[in-house]
Write a new protein. Structure first.
Length: 655
């Protein structure tokens, strides 16, 4: 056994070495015992068997040597070692806590950064989607193509979408079938149809405006995809009848399509058909900017109001998406206006065109033709140079067209035009230059559609402008629509309409009459909410909530009529003879309506024939009136007591 030197330089004996070893072990164990986490649990068997003898040795050693200074110094050193261990442990714990906290903070920062990036991405995508529709000048060059005939070889072709392996799930709603066209026009009834035994109760509240259009269905199986920049007419010409064409999202410019029978045109979300050309080259002469080479010259027709003498030209210009003001000469130019010099093929501008997105309407219609069974749905159709009395989607010459979830906006003439069997469903005809919807034919249905803010060009409302105007229809149904803020009448049937139904519409704040049935025949006007109409022009009996003018066999019931220029009125003028007999107001049956604060109620005539008040079968009964209603009868204004003395509303109520 080897020896180690002691403090005197002599070798220590084995017992001395054993005592030194014991002290070292004791000090170490004491330090371990005072350091948390560095000793096993005292309660365990292994710990007790290991630690107990060591502590016994320490106890024995201190019992015999605690008075020696050497022992005292060793104890101090051991205590200091234990304290140092505890300090080191505390520092380690604190450091670990700081590291953990820093890690948590860093993680939170990363999560917040990721959320911010995701949010910014969503905003960017939303902005891009909006820009694609509202700022077509920002689209990629494929969108800025020339009209048909000027295409380049790089134009992307239409491609056919393969049918899926399993059939697609059909949409939850179905388009109602087109009713058969009757062989002959029905004769008007000899007398007014008898009113129901009990009139339906008027609605307690206004019918809700049309619900938001449902999301378009999945891509139809076998549809032909039409990319932005390719010709839709070329795709139609290249495929058989009954093909479905899917228009890709984006702006399709200057397409004017004549469909084949049974064709369907469906838009992806964000698909827009636009009849305008983007102008991007300008020159200056005499300090005035112009665009050259503008050869378009649309068909001009219609009467303008006094404030808009140039309303009839469809060759309109848009600056930053807004309709610019036409003027008659360069000298009349002001900011926001343009002068179209057709003799020189130039458009002159009243302000710097380089600072705006400039578009000129060129194509006259998006869809028209003689095909039957055509469907147009889930598309926006805008900025077409449509002449007055036409429609950007024009079904007049076809049969059985379905126009569904279509937004027709900013077109110069009409937004939509119906023909035989046309169904216009859940669409929007808004902000068009002359009129929202027009048409003629049999079995037309207009349902669930917003018709608003039309006649932006300033046509004379008495000529034909505003929300709608239908002529020469049989079996027209207009139901559940929201018709508001048009510059002219709201709903208008004029010239030889028969079998008309206006039911459950909300007709508000139109400049002219709310519902206007003129020189026509049998009609039912029921359960409509008609408020705030006719305030711009309500001389005599015009500007009514509901007006029946020189028309026979009309029932008006269950309507809420409030705050219009006039209330429910009939009128008689010398309007000649129509397709079903003399145009006279006879058999007008007005009952079970609520009329509030709406000018006059009654009948007026200007032909010197008072038989309209006595022998023509015109009758008001069981109506409710509020706020001192004024009546017109026998060519003068009267109050309620005298109204009743003429046999009108003897069963009515006043409050």
């Amino acid at each position: 056994m080897s020896s180690t030197p002691n403090h005197s330089g002599r070798l220590a004996s084995p017992p001395a070495r054993r005592k030194g070893t014991a002290r070292i072990v004791a000090s170490t164990l004491l330090a371990l015992a005072l350091t948390p986490g560095l000793m096993p649990a005292i309660g365990s068997t292994a710990s007790q068997s290991t630690v107990a003898p060591a502590f016994a040795a320490v106890s024995h050693h201190h019992h015999h040597h605690h008075h020696s200074s050497a022992s005292h110094r060793r104890a101090v050193r051991a205590a200091r070692a234990a304290h140092a261990a505890r300090v080191a442990h505390a520092a380690a714990v604190a450091h670990a806590a700081r590291v953990a906290h820093a890690a948590r903070v860093a993680h939170a920062a990363r999560v917040a950064h990721a959320a911010a990036v995701a949010h910014a991405t969503q905003i960017t995508h939303a902005a891009a989607a909006a820009q694609a529709v509202l700022l077509p000048h920002a689209l990629k060059p494929a969108d800025h193509r020339a009209p048909a005939g000027n295409k380049t070889a790089s134009t992307p072709p239409a491609t056919k979408i393969p049918a899926p392996v399993t059939p697609p799930v059909p949409p939850t709603t179905t388009v109602p079938p087109v009713p058969p066209v009757p062989p002959v026009l029905p004769a008007p009834p000899a007398t007014a149809p008898a009113p129901p035994a009990t009139a339906p109760a008027p609605p307690a509240t206004a019918p809700a405006p049309p619900a938001t259009a449902p999301a378009p269905p999945a891509i139809p199986a076998g549809a032909v995809l039409v990319p932005v920049g390719s010709s839709l007419q070329d795709a139609v010409d290249a495929h058989a009848t009954g093909t479905t064409f899917l228009l890709a999202a984006g702006v399709h410019r200057l397409d004017a399509v004549q469909p084949k029978t049974g064709d369907a045109f469906v838009g992806e979300s964000g698909a827009v058909m636009d009849g305008s050309r983007l102008l991007s080259t300008f020159a200056s002469e005499g300090g005035i900017w112009y665009a050259a080479g503008q050869t378009q010259q649309g068909f001009i027709q219609g009467e303008c109001d006094s404030a808009h003498p140039l309303c009839a030209s469809p060759d309109v210009v848009f600056l930053d998406g807004l309709l610019a003001t036409p003027v008659a000469s360069k000298a009349a130019l002001v900011p926001g206006s343009y002068f179209f010099d057709h003799s020189a093929d130039r458009i002159w501008f009243g302000s710097d065109p380089w600072a705006s997105v400039v578009e000129a309407a060129v194509a006259d219609r998006a869809f028209h033709g003689t095909a039957s069974g055509v469907t147009v749905r889930d598309l926006t159709v805008q900025k077409y140079a449509t002449p007055a009395q036409r429609g950007a989607v024009d079904a007049t010459d076809g049969t059985g067209w379905v126009i569904q979830r279509v937004v027709a906006r900013l077109n110069h003439g009409g937004g939509l035009r119906a023909g035989n069997g046309t169904h216009i469903l859940n669409s929007h005809a808004v902000d068009n230059g002359q009129i929202g919807i027009t048409g003629m034919g049999r079995d037309i249905l207009v349902e669930g559609t917003e018709i608003a803010r039309n006649n932006t060009a300033g046509y004379a409302a008495g000529w034909e402008a505003g929300g709608t105007k239908f002529a020469l229809t049989t079996g027209l149904t207009v139901t559940g629509n929201n018709v508001h803020d048009n510059h002219g009448p709201g709903l208008w049937t004029d010239i030889d309409n028969i079998g008309t139904l206006y039911d459950g519409n909300v007709v508000t704040d139109n400049d002219g009459d709310g519902i206007f049935h003129e020189i026509s025949y049998a009609a039912v006007i029921r359960n409509n909410v008609v408020k705030g109409n006719g305030l711009s022009f309500h001389a005599w009996v015009w500007g009514a909530g509901i007006q029946v003018a020189s028309s026979r066999d009309v029932q008006v019931y269950g309507n809420d009529v409030e705050g219009n220029g006039n209330g429910i009125v009939g009128s008689q003028q010398n309007r000649g003879t129509g397709a079903y007999g003399p145009r006279v107001t006879i058999n007008l049956d007005v009952h079970d309506n609520n009329v509030v604060n709406s000018g006059q109620v009654g009948i007026g005539q200007d032909i010197g024939d008072r038989s309209i008040f006595t022998t023509k079968g015109n009758h008001f009964h069981h109506n409710a009136y509020r706020n001192n209603q004024v009546f017109t009868w026998q060519d003068r204004n009267i109050m309620g007591a005298e109204w009743r003395s003429f046999g009108q509303d003897t069963d009515g109520t006043w409050s």
